[in-house]
Design a protein around this ligand. Structure first.
Ligand code: ARG
Length: 435
């Protein structure tokens, strides 16, 4: 007889939970058990999910809720309205934090320097915002004596990974609950719960809204027909960027100036970073620039289609990468995109606090020390095109065409000798294959 007690029973369930989802097992140490929850810091947007959560947490956990709303430059948000709503729904308090400066300087700027563009189209605005949001949640949870942080992410996306890995990294003493992931309410039940609890529901049941996330670096829409890959974008999804067919008939040329990789001026006017990103977004929006219809490999297995509106990124990243290549050697220009790609992947994948990110940034910073100059962009009906370049650090010299004028740096007469040596192995290998 074998000793069965030595082997774990693969069908055995550890500890069954009873509060939110009776079939759920505790699969991570940072998830809160109901008895551990007495005061919750809720990441509150003012939308339906987090409003329902605000009430639901008080009912289900008999816990107090402190709401935290973070301004990352979402256009058109009225934070006094959001705060009033949280207080009406029973929050002990609702802190509204303007984190635009920190977001722009500490999160978006490194992304610009790394030309961050995941999967050839997604400039990572959501992925960059989540670690900051979660970090602020940790700060405010500690300040207000909360034991638990609640967020409104589902179990299907990347955002849960970004938020929870940040909390688990920065605050091992804090617990997490993610009601939308665990409460098993469908959309209709959620709306019914909202109505029963006096939570205003926009748009009625039949017209489910797009799932939107936005900040000063871009806006994404998911859901509805977007999930149907054969469905071309409906016009109503574009709430930020003018549709190219409606953009002005006259092109506009804009000059973007960088100092050591930092965008510092538009058309010669010096601007702080937040203001500059707003200005770039405005220009892009007017000319229909920055619309991306993207299929993306999520870290959570699935592929997803997103409609992105990224007007600021379309201008700034185009100009930055152009200037960087102008100031770099062929070898630097071949090497850096590999590091940039790794940087973008770590950030996309929710590992903002992984030391490899800052290791890569050390190199990225070093390269950006020389990225100074001005790039002219022509904007016209959805397109952005580099038309002029100027830099004191350009590895470029128009006089190289003439040996005399170039001060002996380069002689075209030497080229045949170079060609013979450069092509030597290829010629030998070719001959072997021919014989
Ligand atoms: N697909 C993008 C990402 O994973 C955007 C997600 C937007 N989030 C949202 N809740 N709608 O970063």
């Amino acid at each position: 007889m074998t000793d069965e007690t030595a082997l774990p029973d693969p069908n055995a369930r550890t500890e069954v939970r009873h509060v939110a989802d009776p079939t759920a097992v505790r699969v991570a140490g940072y998830l809160a058990e109901p008895e551990e929850v007495s005061r919750v810091l809720l990441l509150y947007s003012g939308g339906l999910d987090t409003s329902v959560m605000l009430k639901w947490i008080q009912d289900e956990y008999e816990a107090e809720v402190v709401a935290l709303t973070i301004n990352l430059g979402q256009p058109g948000e009225d934070y006094e309205v959001v705060r009033g709503k949280a207080l009406r729904l029973g929050a002990l308090d609702c802190h509204v934090v303007d984190a635009r400066e920190e977001f722009a300087h500490e999160y978006v700027l490194p992304a610009i320097k790394a030309n961050a563009n995941y999967g050839d189209g997604y400039p990572l605005f959501t992925a960059l915002g989540r670690p900051l949001i979660a970090k602020l949640a940790v700060d405010y949870a500690r300040e207000t004596g909360c034991d638990t942080i609640a967020h409104g992410c589902t179990g299907k996306g990347n955002d849960q990974v970004r938020i929870e890995s940040t909390i688990a990294t920065l605050a091992p003493e804090l617990k997490v609950i993610a009601p939308v992931r665990s409460w098993q309410m469908g959309r209709d039940e959620e709306i019914a719960y909202a109505r029963a609890n006096g939570i205003p529901v926009k748009g009625g049941t039949e017209s489910a809204p797009y799932s939107i996330d936005d900040n000063l670096w871009g806006r994404s829409s998911e859901g509805k027909w977007i999930e149907d890959l054969s469905h071309a974008p409906d016009d109503d999804v574009f709430q930020l960027v003018t549709r190219p067919e409606l953009a002005p008939d006259e092109p506009e040329t804009v000059q973007i100036t960088f100092e050591a990789g930092v965008p510092v001026a538009i058309d010669g006017e010096a601007l702080g970073l937040v203001e500059l990103l707003d200005r770039a977004a405005e220009l892009g929006c007017r000319h229909g620039v920055g619309i991306v219809d993207h299929i993306e490999d999520r870290i959570v297995g699935l592929k997803v289609r997103d409609i992105y509106e990224v007007p600021a990124a379309a201008l700034i990243l185009t100009a930055h990468s152009e200037l960087e290549r102008l100031c770099g050697t062929i070898h630097q220009n071949q090497f850096k995109p590999r590091l940039d790609q790794q940087w973008a992947y770590l950030v996309y994948a929710g590992l903002w606090w992984e030391p490899l990110r800052t290791d890569i940034e050390a190199y990225v910073e070093r390269v950006n020390e020389r990225v100074t100059g001005t790039i002219g962009l022509k904007l016209f009906k959805g397109s952005v095109r580099v038309v002029t370049r100027e830099s004191p650090n350009a590895v470029y010299d128009a006089s190289l065409a003439s040996f005399a004028q170039s001060g002996g740096l380069f002689s075209q007469h030497a080229s045949p000798g170079f060609i013979e040596i450069w092509s030597l192995q290829s010629r030998m290998a070719h001959r072997l294959r021919e014989s």
